[in-house]
Design a protein around this ligand. Structure first.
Ligand code: FAD
Length: 433
């Protein structure tokens, strides 16, 4: 007779690994399917690992996880064509025994996580693409078909951890097609440099690291951000904007990344580096309103497949791991109670997510994507004005300070008018609530 699994997990990114690990640890018979040659081979991320989400799954992960640097300094830059106006925060408080954020290299990290999933007892098959969901006569999902196995693979529940594209769920009619204004396209490069060069260039000791998040005229009026993260012997640099914006403006992502890299504030940080990897990937940045249906009879969606990305705080993998863990815990809980994985039973997953930071944060920023889409000037005009104001204020040129203040206020009023300025502040405050 054909083996029947307690759960099949589609995908071995952070969300699928968290779900598979959690269920396997609870003694469930888990099969995980990954289309890549190995877990991580298809995955692209900046990448910052938020320790808390992983610690709740594997408390001692620091013992052997491949970590690059722990973040001690965060820079947030508003950029115009020639300058950046920044907020930097650096603290020795981040040099703690159990650091809170690390830079990682996803290909290595996903492989490590997958090893943990196997050690916990799950069966992991790579180079296996799930092509279809199987349903019974009443529509309940009962398993999957793959490109590797002739026959069906059956399970009580299928966890869709297939990432942003969500083709398996889409083909089964469980989720709508992605809309261009709900996803960002990000392009990224790895720039290699000797470890000592990175450490002196960024003022770092040991495995300390720096994160730069940037916005402004670098995205040419499109909604998006750029980033630069220090790894041990490389720097990840990338930029992303909404797919709908790229299509409307007819700008190429590569051209945008090239312009970012040659910006006078970025170029010296990358000088003499050797570029070895290049990658492009979608990020589900449509926010709360773009979250698709998350559960149904015999299935649930986690991570990017559930559209869990907090674009304001640049968080994704932690929401992926948390939603994967919560999904795994819910399935194990139903098993313990000997309840079937019906739509009613699995609805508990959504209830638990609602009580966690995942849905609370998604809901908090639900107005941000539309605000940025309708108010293009926010990411363009204000960085320019901030730069102009700093120029006026910092130049010592015989003009008295009160006149300078008036010049700055005057340029703000001319650019937006008093009502425009107040309207922007009001709209931003309302969307931020
Ligand atoms: P994924 O990581 O996409 O994994 C899905 C897996 O499913 C893949 O391995 C894929 O091969 C597999 N798969 C898909 N379809 C099938 C199928 N039919 N059959 C079998 N397998 C399948 N988040 C952060 O927290 N910090 C960051 O710094 C950060 N930076 C980012 C930078 C970039 C450029 C990008 C693109 C994203 C970034 N994110 C970041 C977001 C983060 O990468 C995602 O939120 C996270 O990877 C989602 O995990 P996931 O497991 O849901 O999906």
């Amino acid at each position: 007779e054909q083996e029947r699994f307690d759960a099949i997990v589609v995908g071995a990114g952070p969300s699928g690994n968290a779900a598979a690990y959690t269920m396997a640890r609870e003694g469930l018979n888990v099969l995980q399917l990954e289309r890549g040659e190995y877990p991580g081979s298809k995955n692209v991320q900046g990448a910052i690992l938020y320790a808390d989400a992983l610690e709740r799954i594997i408390p001692d992960f620091r013992d052997d996880a491949p970590l690059e640097r722990h973040v001690v300094e965060q820079r947030v830059w508003m950029m115009d064509d020639a300058s950046h106006t920044g907020m930097h925060y650096r603290s020795d408080g981040f040099n703690e025994e159990r650091p809170n954020r690390y830079t990682i290299i996803r290909a290595q990290f996903d492989r490590w996580f997958s090893r943990k999933v196997r050690e916990a007892g799950a069966t992991v098959l790579c180079e296996t693409t799930v092509t279809e969901l199987l349903r019974d006569g009443r529509g309940k999902v009962i398993g999957v078909l793959t490109d590797r196995h002739g026959g069906p693979l059956l399970a009580d529940v299928v966890v869709l951890a297939e990432g942003v594209n969500g083709l398996v769920g889409q083909r089964a009619g469980l989720r709508p097609e992605l809309r261009p204004h709900d996803v960002a396209l990000a392009v990224k490069e790895m720039h290699f440099l000797p470890q000592e060069v990175i450490e002196s260039r960024f003022n770092l000791a040991g495995d300390e690291g720096v994160v730069i998040e940037a916005m402004g005229t670098i995205t040419r009026g499109m909604t998006g951000t750029a980033f630069l993260y220090t790894n041990r012997e490389s720097i990840s640099v990338g930029i992303g904007c909404m797919v709908g914006d790229f299509a409307e403006r007819k700008v190429s992502p590569y051209a945008l990344l090239d312009a970012f890299k040659s910006h006078p504030s970025i170029r010296p940080l990358l000088a003499d580096s050797e570029v070895r990897e290049y990658a492009a990937h979608l990020i589900p940045e449509g926010g709360y309103k773009a979250i698709p249906q998350l559960t149904g009879d015999g299935w649930l969606a986690v991570g990017d497949a559930g559209h869990f990305v907090n674009a304001v705080h640049r968080e994704g993998s932690n929401l992926a791991m948390t939603s994967g863990r919560v999904a795994g815990e819910t399935v194990a809980w139903l098993k313990r109670r000997r309840e079937p994985c019906t739509a009613a039973g699995l609805a508990e997953y959504r209830r638990r997510l609602e009580a966690s930071f995942v849905m609370k944060d998604m809901r908090k920023y639900r107005g941000i994507p539309a605000l940025l889409h309708r108010n293009r000037h926010l990411l363009d005009l204000y960085p320019r004005l901030a730069s102009q104001a700093a120029q006026t204020w910092l130049r010592v040129d015989g003009v008295d300070k009160r006149t300078k203040e008036n010049q700055i206020l005057g340029s703000l009023r001319r650019a937006r008018g008093l009502r425009g300025l107040m309207g922007d502040a009001f709209r931003l405050a309302r969307a931020w609530r």
